[in-house]
Ligand binder design. Sequence first.
Ligand code: IVH
Length: 678
Amino acid sequence: MDETAGAAARAAELRGLIEYHSRRYYDLDDPEISDAEFDGLVRDLRALEEAHPDLVTPDSPTQKVGGSVSTAFSEVRHRMPMMSLDNAFSFDELVAWGKRMERYIDGDVDFVCELKIDGIAISLLYEDGRYVRAATRGNGVVGEDVTDNVRTIAVVPDRLSVPPDRTPAVLEVRGEIYMPLSAFEDLNERRGQAGERLFANPRNSAAGSLRQKDPRVTASRELAFFAYQLGEITGDGAPRFRRHSETLEFLTEAGLPVNPEIRRVTTMHDVDGFCRHWLEHRHSLDYEIDGAVVKVDDLAQRMELGATSKSPRWAIAYKFPAEQATTLLKDVMVSIGRTGKATPFAMLEPVQVSGSTVQLATLHNEDQVAKKDVRPGDTVFVRKAGDVIPEVVGPVLSKRPADLAEWLFPETCPVCGEPLVRVEGESDTFCTNVECPAQRAGRIGHFAGRGAMDIEGLGEKRVMQLIDAGLLHDPADLYSLTYGDLIALEGFADLSVRNLLAAIEASKGRPLANLLIGLSIRHLGGRGAEVLAGAMGHLDRIVAATEDELAAVEGVGPTIAHSVAEFFALDTNVAMVDRLRQAGLNFEGAVGGEPELPRTLGGKALVVTGTLESMSRDAAADAIKARGGTSPGSVSRKTAWLVAGAEPGAAKVAKAAEYGVPVIDEPTFLRVLETGQP
Ligand code: IVH
């Protein structure tokens, strides 16, 4: 095949792919590829057409607006076509666009910077101030009539709040219908419980909710709307405008919701600043944005610039790098933690998400895997919200190979081969073999870690190395390590051996509560350990106490009491305590009621979200208060830190980003409790 024929074949292929994926996205609300992958196809086609202009056809997807009109709704012909926007995928492309504008236009160009709301474009029509019609973009010329559905959206006014003498006879306004993140999470939670298919993201969720035959379904879905563009406006009293920014002010006065983050700027430098700011802070919002839209403010300048067949020249969308991608789920594996908890995780074909490569993602527990219905061999959506942990959203069902087997939780521990047991009434599964090497490594690592015995220089890697060398079986073995043992190991030199031995020695004097934390007793976190140490005063008394005696301690619930009693009922654990005693560890705690803790948090507010490993959320709140801090239920500007455990609440994380509140993980939180500093 010669080069031209090859290019023609590729262009035809790209057009086919774009049309297929466009239909899945716009019409079926069920995409198979991520937005970034879709944009990539369009970009490839555009590059090809630029290199071979004779290949451009009038119906090429580069020449028209995506989306079509479903027969489920009646058609609405737009009074003015609803165009889409050209994209810039980098700051350089954005600045190049701005420079072009400034060259075309005599005089200064002012810009309006807006957020690119990730929802569904809509046109609303008001006649004599009354809401009469709403239409989707459809193919840009003809859209779908969704009047009754949009009427159910609380923020869409039924009447404009404009004085009668200034009320336009016709006002057409364009904007975006979206679903706030909090509403999206609630909806998916409910759908999950009802065994219904989950929506992949808020955009699909908004689209699915809007395009319902029954407006009552739409009404139940908490949709919202932002107006961003005035369409037609007629009537004797109707105001006349010179600038886009004036139209937005008018729309606001008329009672239409206009996004509060919109900024009018006078230089490309400020445009760039706006885009960079939102690239960094996008997760502070309770709705998803996929970029920024930059528009020329002066309406006369807009006329001068005009439009191509598809998009105006006076506006551009700066698109953020992808946060969602699709990739192959190669396998689901299970990792064993220090308490024996078996956590399933996804092994993914490496994929770029938000600028980093993702190949592992936790799946939390058996129920989560079932709820998401992801199976090895599936193509899955992977997303990453800001710096937060990558997440497998769900499978692309249309790509699932036939007869793909469901993933079943393994019955035996992948490390020691002993049975895995799911505790009744809980979602977690455990390896119950306390001798399991994976648990052992986890326990020793935890014992040496921050918040427990804090042995500097003994990280996870070294623990594994010492276990492999046969030097460590349990935490007590740390205290019989010798210079000779360590110097013989790879990676150790005279100084590092001395430092490690000194750090181990120093740990002997740590408070009893730290020692208790270090023992990895299930459910016993920092607060519980402190209460127990304070109330019982000595490790031997805790070892000897019955479950009832433990439960009688103020601040120790039946769960902790049971688990502590169970721990010390095991001979191996009692023997380990004896060896710790012989090594000279401190077993004594401050006696008498509530231990006086250092007021490390004096007045600071810490909000806790998600599941912490070492303590319940209530225990975390108690631990904060015991150190002079407060633990309110929601994030505000006054919050000092947001503590995020597993599966943190997205709304809280978003608020924290909005207010610039630092988000800290559990180990950092334990450090903050102890020292007041992250
Ligand atoms: S202006 C002709 N402003 O992005 C200009 N669009 O392809 C019309 N969008 O279809 C669009 N936020 O669905 C504009 N602040 C904003 C927007 C916005 C989101 C969507 C809209 C449009 C698509 C661009």
